[in-house]
Design a protein around this ligand. Structure first.
Ligand code: PLP
Length: 418
């Protein structure tokens, strides 16, 4: 058992330097939201921003807003706001398109870079994990099949295989920094060294890292990165994603989606494509401005703290959750899937249970919102900007009640989105 009680958790909240940031978010009363890793909560400021964009910028100023409201520069302006959260420099990140599309561009650019080298004919392998988020694998599959130049995917089953899998035939190592299912965190710097030692490039997906764990792309010497803005960055449902290309690769960053927004002179309306020399070459076409504009509200909140403080609280929240679940639900055969070691853990915690989907649905009905992932995994995201220690306590209390009293429907039908 544990001697942690609710008053102790309240003390932690009282001492928490990030606690005041919770008021920046709209959080429905009666809900303990443990799914900010999938769809971040709404920053209150986003509501006024949306009204302004729709009523003033679109409604009253119409086309003038491309210049007057800075719509055209939004992808790079927001990219510069995001940059410090991931160890990127200014003018290295744009916010645009979806993570899937940005993966396509980054994989294509990486393969193109490798194709310029003298050993290109024997460097045809893309390494990733079988447990990677499916779209990452699918995009690599789609691109390589379409290219039809002998590229092949090598899916590894454990990070331990990386050291032997990365060889002279490896063109690209494409990994997700924090695994969406298990919450396991890769050692980005160490793996990038392994890749570079064999002449391979390294592409990191930061979907579950940006705004959740400390990331230093430059310190790790990474080659490319992409990630989501609707998860821990609280940009809103379907918010455009980001792509990072460091200065050293920008001039050689060639991808096939050469739309006019990536042109050196988009309004010269030339009949042939010339890529702009800067990061905006990663753009394709006109951006969804209303959705893009929402991202600023979330990023502004991160400006009021540091990723070190966010990470410290994230580890404290996940530690507390693991400890309480294991102490209070010990007889219910939950299996911890997430690594215990801090250096190997992101900001969500996953447990297996024989009736995982049913238990998650029962939790949601009681106001504790986590989610279900195949196979048989209950996933709980901890977002230091708005999750409190007392909420962790209450969530475990409710989980224990549901398990003790078996108040879940083992035959429940699955929703489309789990
Ligand atoms: C959430 C997530 C995505 C989502 O991609 P979309 O194009 O936004 O649908 C991609 N990759 C990883 C690793 C994710 O966690």
């Amino acid at each position: 058992m544990t001697n942690i009680d609710r008053p102790y958790c309240e003390t932690l909240d009282a001492q928490d330097a990030l606690a005041s940031l919770r008021t920046e978010f709209h959080l429905p009363t009666g809900m303990i939201y443990l799914d900010g890793n999938s769809l971040g909560a709404q920053p209150k400021a986003a509501f006024e921003r949306a009204r302004h964009v729709i009523q003033e910028e679109w409604g009253n100023d119409l086309i003038k807003s491309w210049n007057k409201a800075g719509w055209f520069d939004l992808p790079s302006r927001l990219g510069n706001l995001l940059a410090p959260l991931i160890g990127a420099k200014a003018e290295e990140v744009v916010i645009t398109d979806s993570t899937s599309i940005n993966l396509f561009k980054a994989i294509a650019a990486a393969l193109h870079l490798q194709a310029q080298k003298s050993d290109a004919e024997t460097r045809k392998v893309i390494i990733t994990e079988r447990s990677n988020f499916p779209t990452d694998i699918y995009m690599a599959e789609g691109l390589t099949k379409w290219l039809d130049r002998g590229y092949r995917l090598h899916l590894i089953d454990s990070p331990d295989e990386l050291a032997s899998a990365i060889k002279h035939d490896t063109a690209l190592v494409m990994l997700t920094h924090v695994n969406y299912r298990t919450g396991a965190l890769h050692d980005m710097a160490k793996i990038t060294v392994l890749a570079h030692a064999q002449g391979a490039l390294c592409l990191w997906d930061l979907a579950h890292s940006a705004g959740a764990v400390e990331v230093d792309l430059h310190q790790a010497n990474a080659d490319f990165a992409v990630g989501c803005c609707y998860k821990y960055l609280n940009g809103g449902p379907g918010a455009p994603a980001f792509i990072w290309v460091p200065q050293r690769h920008q001039a050689q960053f060639h991808h096939p989606l050469t739309g006019w927004w990536g042109h050196a002179a988009p309004f010269a309306m030339q009949a042939s494509f010339t890529a702009t020399p800067d990061i905006r070459r990663a753009l394709c076409g006109t951006q969804p401005i209303v959705s893009l504009a929402m991202i600023e509200s979330g990023l502004t909140i991160f400006g009021k703290t540091t990723m070190a403080a966010v990470r410290q609280k994230s580890l404290a929240l996940t530690d507390l959750f693991i400890q309480l679940v294991e102490a209070r639900c010990a007889r219910h055969q939950l299996g911890l899937v997430t690594p215990r070691h801090h250096a190997q853990r992101g900001s969500h915690v996953s447990f297996t249970h024989a009736h995982a989907y049913a238990v998650i649905q029962a939790l949601i009905a009681r106001g504790v919102v986590g989610d279900y992932r195949e196979p048989g995994i209950m996933r709980f995201g901890f977002t230091p900007l708005y999750t409190s220690y007392a909420e962790v306590w209450d969530a475990v209390e409710i989980l224990q009640e549901i398990l003790d009293q078996k108040t879940y429907d083992a035959n429940i039908q699955r929703h489309t989105v789990t």
